[in-house]
Design a protein around this ligand. Sequence first.
Ligand code: ATP
Ligand code: LTN
Length: 329
Amino acid sequence: MKRVLSGIQPSGRLTLGNYIGAMKNFVKLQDLHQCYFMVADLHAITVPQQPETLRDLSEANAALFIAAGIDPAKSNVFLQSAVPQHAELGWLLTTLTTMGELERMTQFKEKSNGKESIGAGLFVYPSLMAADILVYNADLVPVGEDQKQHLELTRDLAGRFNHRYGECFTLPEPYIPEVGARVMSLDDASKKMSKSSSVAASFIALLDPPDVIRKKISRATTDSGAEVRYDEATKPEISNLMSIYSQCSGSSLEDIRLKYEGQMYGGFKKDLAEVIVNTLEPLQKRYYEIRESGEIQDILAQGARNAHEVASRTLDDVKQRMGFLPSKH
Ligand code: ATP
Ligand code: LTN
C-alpha cells in the first residue's frame, strides 16, 4: 500500500477543473492506498484573504471533498493549518531551496505578473508544498498538470536532503489524469479554469445550480466551425469541452466525436450541460446534507489527529538529522 497526499487551496469554491484534474483521482486512489487530503489553507493566504471568507471556504471545500466521494472512513481529510508540522518542515526546506529554483516556477510568474507588491509567501510557497508532501513521505500526489513543476522541485528537495543528511524522504510521483489534466476556462481556452477567477462565466463551480451550468455551457466560446473533433492546437475550445464531456460521462473522446459527427455545436453543448448537471446533482445533494448534519468538524478533527501522528514522526527524524537538539516540553 502506498501513501497518497494532495491538497487544494480554499481560495474560492471548488470548480469542475479541481474535480476533473484532482478530486476524481482522490476518490479512485482511496480504495487502493493510505490517503491524506487536505484543505491547503496556509497556501491560500499567499494572496490576501478575508478571515471570514477563509473560514467559510475552508469548511465548505472540506465538505465538498466528502460530497465528491472521499470517504472519511478510508481517507484522512484535514486542514493544513491544524497540523503545524507542515509549516515547520516548510521553513526547514525553504533553507534548502535556492532563489533560482523559485524564480523558475511558472505559477509564481503567472500569479505575480503585473502586480506591484508581491508577498514573499507566494514566492516561497513551493517549499511549503514540498513539506506537505514529504512530511507524509507520500509516494503519489494526484494533481492537475499545472502542479507538475512543483512536484519536480519537491523531488529535487527530497533528493538534496537525503544526500546531505541521509536517506529520509521518499521521492514522490505526480499522478495526473490522461484526459482533463488541464481544464481550460470557458471564456478563454488559453487560460486554465481557476476557482479564484473574478469572471464567474469562466468556470463551473461544483455548487452551480443546473440552470447556471446550462447558461455557462451555452455561452462557452467555440471556434466558428462546426466539427466536434479533438485537436488542442487548432480547436482548443471544442477540445476542452470534449475533455469535460469525457471525464463526466466516461465516454472516450473518439466515441464523442462519432456521436456528434455531422452535427453543429448546439446539440453537443446541450448534451454536455446535461452530462455535467447529472454528474454534479448527487454531489450537490450530499453537500447540503453534510453541511446540515454538522459532521464536518468531527471528520476534520479525526483527520488531523491521524495526520499529526505521521507528520510529527517525520519531523522529529528530520530535526534530529539536521542537528537540532531534542526539545522536551
Ligand atoms: P487558484 O485559482 O486559487 O489558483 P485553482 O483552481 O487553480 O486555484 P488549486 O488549489 O491551485 O486550484 O489546485 C488544486 C488542484 O486542482 C491541483 O491539483 C490542481 O492541479 C488542480 N486543478 C486546478 N485547476 C485545474 C484545471 N483547470 N484543470 C485541471 N486541474 C486543475
Ligand atoms: N499547490 C497546489 C495546492 C497544494 C498541493 C499541496 C497539491 C498545496 N499543497 C500538496 C498537492 C500536494 C496548488 O496550488 N494547486
